[in-house]
Ligand binder design. Structure first.
Ligand code: ZN
Ligand code: ZN
Length: 84
């Protein structure tokens, strides 16, 4: 099976804020906030759209990252890893 390493605490992701460069905080899975209605969101960058549109097939887990300095939020698709 596949599992998101961030959701399951395998590891954490060092994500720096695209606006101010400070470290961002993982707020968890976006679907936990948005339910299934994530398609309408205004995503930044076409690479993220690719990750979302095929999230089921490619085992991607979409996370919300929040900048604690400037409150910027970004959505980062996390690649799920195979666990046994
Ligand atoms: Zn996750
Ligand atoms: Zn920031």
């Amino acid at each position: 099976m596949y599992a998101c390493p961030l959701c399951n605490g395998f590891k954490s992701l060092e994500q720096s804020c695209p606006a101010c460069g400070n470290a961002m905080d993982d707020q968890g899975r976006l679907v936990d906030y948005m339910g299934d209605y994530i398609a309408y969101l205004d995503y930044e960058g076409t690479n993220l759209i690719d990750g979302i549109s095929s999230s089921n097939e490619k085992h991607m887990c979409l996370h919300l990252f929040l900048c604690l300095s400037c409150d910027k939020q970004i959505h980062v698709p996390i690649k799920e890893t195979e666990v046994f």
